[in-house]
Design a protein around this ligand. Structure first.
Ligand SMILES: [Zn+2]
Ligand SMILES: [Zn+2]
Length: 356
């Protein structure tokens, strides 16, 4: 199986959001300079960028325009829409199941955004978690949101200054709470895990000085979402967006912090008697299959089965025989400057037993 990896950034706010500042063309230029292949834009309650013809190819960067539906709680990222699902006026009142259904009825797909966002009390940043877990019909959820993770480091003014200067060094990875819930939910059905930036480039006061949180050029190597497609992009905008969103919907996705080492080259492949599968896929197991995880640099590789550690090694490859059904995913940590850093978090392979 030859898959092509595309590194992207999901959940970004441009000047078309009431709380954004940067024109989309500047965001695209920063993405291009930082090795980003695709951008999934999510301005609040609008598809204006799409209406203005900005969706599509921009000299090597594929821009897809989605919408963030953002009432007080339960923020939702929707893609593949023909018209906006929310307005800034009605957002406070719509129950989440209603907008999940509206997205579905347009043939779109949606992701629960920053589900365990906690805010930062010291800087008066409110918390924006997902609170209604009775909902159904969503495609996936953010498993690692840059803003959630970074804001958790803002516990003192000194830490905030250091963390603003060196954000990558303060990231701790997806929260245990988020991963536990994700593992529980994936026991029931495929729930695609994505990475988020939620960057606005907003001006904030730090010790009385206005700082930008964050210039886009500074965040594109932080949380990336890598999507694997079965064929290369063709240059046809409609076909390429469908190929990208299709692979995303199927969970052929891993999420990574690429600041210390790029994660490109990561793979997780399951093979049995000429059949093979990768992350996001369902795989009916006949007897015994070989699962191989490869990483582009020496690291601690953990294989998680049904939410529990199944196998662990340090190196560039983990190979293990799989004889039981289960939901298998990888977590990789990299050592950098004496400390273990969160690096790569894959979507699971869903191994079922082959009906005899
Ligand atoms: Zn949000
Ligand atoms: Zn947002």
């Amino acid at each position: 199986m030859e898959l092509i990896a595309h590194a992207g950034a999901i959940h970004l706010h441009s000047a078309y959001s009431f709380d954004g500042r940067v024109p989309i063309n500047e965001i695209i230029a920063a993405a291009r300079q930082n090795g980003i292949d695709f951008l999934l834009l999510t301005d609040h309650a609008t598809l204006r960028a799409k209406d203005e013809g900005l969706e599509g190819w921009h000299d090597g960067v594929l821009v897809v325009v989605g919408e963030e539906i953002a009432p007080r709680f339960n923020h939702y990222l929707a893609f593949g829409l023909s018209e906006p699902v929310s307005t800034l006026k009605d957002s406070p009142d719509i129950p989440p199941q209603a907008y999940i259904d509206r997205v579905q009825s347009q043939g779109g797909m949606g992701f629960i955004a920053h589900p365990d966002h906690e805010g930062a009390a010291l800087f008066h940043v409110k918390h924006y978690p997902w609170t209604d877990w009775t909902v159904i019909g969503y495609t996936g959820m953010g498993i690692w949101d840059f803003m959630t993770d970074w804001q958790n480091s803002l516990s003192t003014h000194l830490r905030a200054i250091l963390s603003y200067a060196f954000p990558a060094f303060f990231l701790r990875g997806p929260s245990a709470k988020t991963l536990e819930r994700w593992d529980r939910l994936t026991q029931e059905r495929r729930i695609v895990g994505i990475g988020e930036l939620d960057n606005h480039d907003s001006l904030k006061q730090l010790l009385g000085i206005n700082v930008s949180v964050f210039p886009f050029a500074r965040v594109f190597s932080l949380i990336r979402t890598h999507v694997l497609t079965e064929s290369p992009f063709s240059g046809n905008i409609r076909a390429d967006i469908a190929l990208l969103l299709g692979a995303l919907k199927n969970g052929r996705v891993y999420v990574s912090l690429d600041y210390f080492r790029p994660a490109t080259g990561f793979s997780l492949i399951l093979t049995e008697e000429g059949r093979s599968a990768t992350m996001g896929d369902a795989f009916p197991l006949a007897h015994s299959a070989e699962l191989t995880i490869r990483v582009p640099h020496q690291a601690r590789i953990r294989l998680i089965r049904n939410g529990a550690l199944f196998r662990e090694t340090t190196g560039t490859t983990l190979a293990v025989a799989i004889i039981e059904s289960g939901v298998y995913r990888a977590e990789v940590h990299l050592k950098f400057l004496g400390r273990r850093r969160p690096w790569i978090f894959s979507n699971p392979i869903y191994v079922t037993s082959l009906a005899k």
